[in-house]
Design a protein. Structure first.
Ligand SMILES: [Zn+2]
Ligand SMILES: [Zn+2]
Length: 353
């Protein structure tokens, strides 16, 4: 007689445990996978120099990599579509990180998450059993305690378990053993499942997280295309940037010629030159804001300090710029000889300052 009862007890515990793990496994898998993207984004921010500061820091790294690769098409994209260029730059870094790290870091993060959840479940099993024994609780009571203990560590809704809560569990200690025994194989399964998931699925999510930290204003100087360095999108006040570029970078030319303008915005605003927009309206550079529109939203103050970067760029890609914009570096747009002596190393050193 007692043998029969024990057998029935064992069967019902087994059904209960099977069902519970059937529900727990996907929840564990989702929870662990959900933690991966923030973990990778966090690690990239901590370990990749391009991502461990604000957007100005990222831009420095972008400029360095552009100079290193010397690809004019990349420069063109950066100059004319900076926002999408940055997005792609971040994305390429994430893809590289994920493919290089697939064998080690991602595996380590996964292992840590699996161990955390495993410990949380194990302690939930033990604690729920200990309390249930004292109170001689029902299956429903045990499940309440179990879900409470897991709490925020696992997104596991108690309501999914209503179909087993009325099951009769006589031997709560046996339930604990059965649950604990199933833990290891379940966790191995979850880990393998996560490892086989395509990391590419996460790239977009990680990119969004990194971009949020590296956001800022994307407005470009209407003359030279330098990107506003304000860290707040849609910020109040004027757009501004510490360093402008020679206006030829954005294709500006001297009136009635096809000669590039190699002057910097910061020197032009102190000059007696004026500019003409498509509507034919003449505006002195000194009072450039009068041109209205985006011109009115920029603060460009006279300044003679310049970076070597764009001087090197103009010399290095002279032919490409002339072809692309159909203008020439001649006449008032003649490139100063001193610019041609600037080396790529000078430029990279200058950026590192
Ligand atoms: Zn400018
Ligand atoms: Zn701005």
């Amino acid at each position: 007689m007692s043998f029969k009862i024990s057998c029935q007890g064992a069967t019902s515990v087994k059904t209960f445990v099977d069902f519970l793990w059937h529900k727990l496994t996907p929840a564990v898998s989702d929870t662990i996978w959900g933690k991966m993207a923030p973990k990778i984004a966090g690690d990239m921010r901590a370990t990749c120099p391009a991502f461990n500061g604000n957007r100005a820091n990222l831009e420095k790294h972008v400029l360095i990599s552009l100079a290193e690769n010397e690809n004019f098409d990349d420069y063109w994209e950066y100059i004319h579509n900076p926002e999408s260029f940055f997005r792609n730059y971040i994305q390429r870094h994430i893809e590289r990180y994920c493919s290089e790290q697939k064998s080690n870091k991602i595996k380590t993060f996964l292992k840590i998450s699996v161990d955390d959840i495993k410990n949380a479940i194990l302690s939930a099993i033990h604690e729920s059993t200990a309390i249930s024994k004292d109170k001689s609780s029902t299956a429903s009571g045990w499940l309440d305690l179990f879900c409470d203990h897991l709490g925020s560590k696992l997104n596991f809704p108690r309501k999914d378990l209503v179909s087993i809560e009325h099951q009769e569990i006589k031997d709560i200690e046996f339930l604990k053993e059965a649950m604990s025994e199933a833990l290891d194989p379940a966790m191995i399964k979850v880990e393998q499942e996560c490892l086989s998931k395509p990391v590419e699925d996460m790239v977009h999510e990680i990119q969004k997280m990194l971009s949020e930290h590296l956001c800022g204003c994307w407005n470009q100087c209407p003359f030279c295309g330098a990107i506003c360095t304000n860290t707040i999108p849609n910020h109040d006040g004027d757009h501004s940037v510490p360093f402008h570029r020679p206006q030829a970078v954005r294709g500006w030319k001297w009136i009635k010629t096809d000669h590039f303008m190699i002057d910097y915005c910061t020197s032009l605003v102190a000059s007696d030159c004026y500019f003409i927009l498509n509507d034919g309206l003449k505006t002195p550079h000194k009072t450039y804001r009068q041109a209205g529109g985006e011109y009115a939203t920029w603060s460009i103050t006279p300044d003679t300090s310049t970076q070597t970067y764009w001087k090197w760029f103009v010399c290095h890609f002279r032919k490409e710029l002339e072809e692309k914009y159909q203008k020439k570096f001649t006449g008032r747009g003649e490139i100063p000889h001193a610019w041609t002596n600037i080396t790529k190393q000078n430029v990279l050193d200058d950026l590192e300052k």
